[in-house]
Write a protein that binds this ligand. Structure first.
Ligand code: ADP
Ligand code: MG
Length: 694
């Protein structure tokens, strides 16, 4: 079995189960094995009943001292209670709707029970514990059991089982990281790493495994950046554009003055586009720094030079929003823009027409999702491609454009400010412009970091803001309740149940809806549009709203389980509010009372500067605190976290340089020891397009 095979080639995954995996974007074996645990559960040793603590998960070894009593409370509800004893005391064991469990429990016999402890009627009670044989317990104790992100209908146990099967039957050729590299950077081999990340026997194994996987993920990425850099360095622009006075006129007529940062970046872009090389530029700007108008100026320059400009957004909603902004500004200022919107939800007929106008050149601004470039779209004369947020061009996309005979200027806009050292590695193929200034008229967002006791007050505050006509975002880390019992994990709030809870807690007049990444694109669009049109007051969402959406009337953001997110990501999320003239607020609710977590979150309280926040994220998180923190959606690494793993990123950078230089020095032929590496590079950049998009 190979990494590129479909998941249905794993024994036990049929077509039906496969569709569940597809929901999580898992199609190939490769996708499956990089579906890393989001956390681990650790089984601790057996404790005495006298030491049980409510709220924890414990295992006890105890004797059944009363025959199980089954009580039918309601028609569809039974409660089975058993009293058990060890040398230190007694407690109760309770099962719901499992009357048959009494058959497996004999009075006078000892069992191991493991489950959630609570205090009920003043007695220690364990609810729904697993009943384990001494062997079963011994197998799991002190090990880390993986907790996978999952979706409804697919249990963690099922994923674990398939993962085992997949890893065991994967035909692994020799390790593609050269031995010398593994020695130099102290990395375990691939198979060890794979087993060690999914089924670690200790925290140390997990850490060393993780290091190898993070390293290689960064390494392949950086190599692709180096390849790109070399490709683009040679690109000569035979037809430089002409400067246009109308751009300056437009700037003068805008209802606001450009910030100095906007002016600086605009002049860099203008210079690039009118020079004899092809532009490959990144604008790094904090949320709200006003990147869109700069993009519009670039498009204006392009179309005034009689070429087409494409503007790609990561989501349809965002594409539509850009389309509206562009149309509006064109109308207001009488600009010769002829924009079209090309997205997946057009009808076949509309699509055909739009594509026709693109190839005939009757439109000059084409706005859409990434499909713009990937699908069978032909351009009349494409002069500029702008990608907003999330996406950037990888090798493959550029090859595709080149095959169409195009060599457009490329402008990438990123709203995730990162420290310069990291930017130089991750965006090494691009020239970097920094927009580190917010328009002066902004009211800073008011923030607070609180614990869950504050919820009641927070809901009152939300109700008050809604009564004033404002809208609210609520962010939860999970999509839906996990059917599975997650043992000693703290509760992670989920979008579906939280929405229900808010509907009950908030006044009836307030409409609460939800949004998450597992919804169909159409449903997502619908909800976003309803929210933008203010038919929804409170939107409960996962981090899918992180990217660029602009609803200036939203003034409150409440983030549940804030401790689970990276600072840079929280800052990004926070950028969804504070976009209008009203005062905005951000409430970060943390379930953790640990000092380092609170210190980390306080950074958001102290600063609204994305560059500062991301460098603090890097400083405050090291390889020690591992799982549990959500990474930013913008850098879609499966396992690596650019902040936490900044040191590994630097190492991967030097390694990538070495490998690449050797390759170039040998007339672009891999030397024997690097053959497997380059073969694998080819393989993943071919079947895994995702890999090159960050
Ligand atoms: P982002 O950089 O996050 O993409 P946008 O381009 O969406 O930010 O800009 C956010 C808002 O700020 C928009 O409503 C835009 O019209 C406004 N804006 C942009 N530049 C300025 C400026 N120099 N002064 C005042 N408002 C501005
Ligand atoms: Mg934007």
């Amino acid at each position: 079995m190979l990494q590129k095979d479909p998941i249905t080639s794993v024994k036990g995954i049929g077509d039906k189960t496969a569709t569940l995996y597809h929901k999580m974007n898992i199609y190939t074996i490769h996708d499956l094995i990089v579906h890393y645990p989001r956390d681990y559960e650790q089984w601790h040793d057996i404790v005495a009943i006298g030491e049980l603590k409510a709220g924890q998960v414990h295992a006890i070894r105890a004797m059944v001292i009363s025959a199980p009593a089954v009580l039918h409370v309601r028609k569809n509800m039974s409660v089975t209670t058993v009293r058990v004893r060890d040398h230190s005391g007694t407690c109760d064991i309770v099962y719901f709707n499992m009357p048959y469990v009494k058959n497996s429990l004999q009075t006078g016999k000892q069992y191991i029970f493991r489950g959630h402890v609570l205090l009920k009627n003043n007695r220690m009670t364990i609810e729904q514990p697993k009943i384990l044989s001494p062997q079963e317990f011994a197998q799991n104790v002190n090990r880390l059991t993986p907790i996978y992100p999952t979706t409804k209908g697919l249990t963690i146990a099922a994923i674990t089982k398939s993962m085992r099967t997949a890893i065991d039957s994967l035909s692994l050729k020799e390790d593609y990281l050269p031995e010398a590299v593994r020695t130099q950077y102290d990395l375990v081999d691939f198979h060890t790493a794979l087993c060690g990340i999914h089924f670690p026997d200790s925290k140390e194994t997990m850490l060393t495994s993780r290091k190898r996987l993070v390293f290689e993920e960064f390494l392949f990425f950086i190599v692709s950046v180096l390849v790109l850099k070399e490709m683009t360095a040679r690109e000569i622009n035979n037809a430089p554009m002409m400067r246009i006075d109308a751009c300056a006129d437009l700037i003068a007529r805008l209802p606001y003055k450009l910030t100095n940062a906007q002016k600086k970046v605009w002049s860099q872009i203008e210079e690039d586009m009118c020079s004899t090389h092809v532009m490959n530029r990144l604008i790094q700007g904090d949320v709200g720094s006003g990147k869109t108008i700069v993009a519009i100026l670039a498009m204006f320059l392009c179309i005034m030079n009689h070429r087409q400009a494409a503007f790609m957004a990561p989501t349809e909603v965002l594409a539509k929003q850009h389309y509206e902004t562009v149309t509006k500004i064109a109308e207001e200022h009488g600009l010769p823009f002829k924009p079209v919107l090309l997205t997946g939800s057009l009808t076949a007929r509309e699509k055909r027409r739009t594509k026709e106008s693109i190839v005939l050149g009757t439109c000059n601004i084409i706005i859409g999702t990434q499909a713009l470039i990937q699908e069978d779209v032909d351009f009349y004369d494409l002069g500029l491609v702008i990608t907003d947020e999330q996406h950037r061009f990888g090798v493959k996309q550029r090859e595709k454009l080149a095959q169409k005979g195009l060599q457009p200027h490329i402008l990438v806009m990123s709203a995730t400010p990162i420290p310069r050292t990291l930017a130089l590695i991750l965006y090494g193929d691009l020239d970097i412009s920094v927009m580190d200034e917010l328009p002066a008229n902004r009211l800073p967002i008011k923030n607070c970091v609180v614990n869950t006791d504050y919820r009641k007050k927070a809901y009152e505050f939300i109700a008050k803001e809604v009564a004033k006509g404002r809208q609210v975002y609520v962010i939860c880390p999970m999509v839906e309740a996990n059917e599975e019992f997650l043992g000693d994990q703290p509760v992670l709030e989920n979008v579906v149940e939280y929405t229900q809870k808010l509907r009950e807690r908030l006044p009836d007049t307030i409409t609460v809806e939800y949004l998450h990444g597992q919804m169909k694109p159409k449903a997502k669009n619908f909800i976003m549009e309803e929210f933008a049109a203010h038919h929804i007051d409170v939107l409960v969402s996962t981090t899918v709203i992180e990217v660029g959406i602009n609803v200036p009337n939203a003034t409150v953001m409440l983030v549940e389980n804030a401790e689970r997110f990276g600072l840079a990501q929280l800052h990004q999320l926070r950028g969804r509010v504070g976009r209008g003239k009203e005062q905005s607020y951000c409430i970060f609710i943390s379930t953790s009372s640990q000092n380092d977590t609170l210190e980390r979150l306080q950074v958001l309280n102290k600063s609204n500067d994305g560059f500062f926040i991301s460098s603090e994220d890097m400083r405050l998180r090291g390889p020690g605190d591992l799982f549990g923190i959500r990474q930013s959606g913008q850098f879609q690494f499966h396992i690596g976290d650019i902040y936490q793993d900044a040191a590994i990123l630097q190492e991967a950078q030097s390694c990538a340089m070495e490998l690449y230089t050797t390759y170039i020095d040998h007339q672009r032929q891999p030397i024997e020891a690097h053959k497997a590496f380059w073969e694998h590079y080819e393989e993943i950049t071919t079947f895994n397009m995702d890999f090159i998009n960050i």
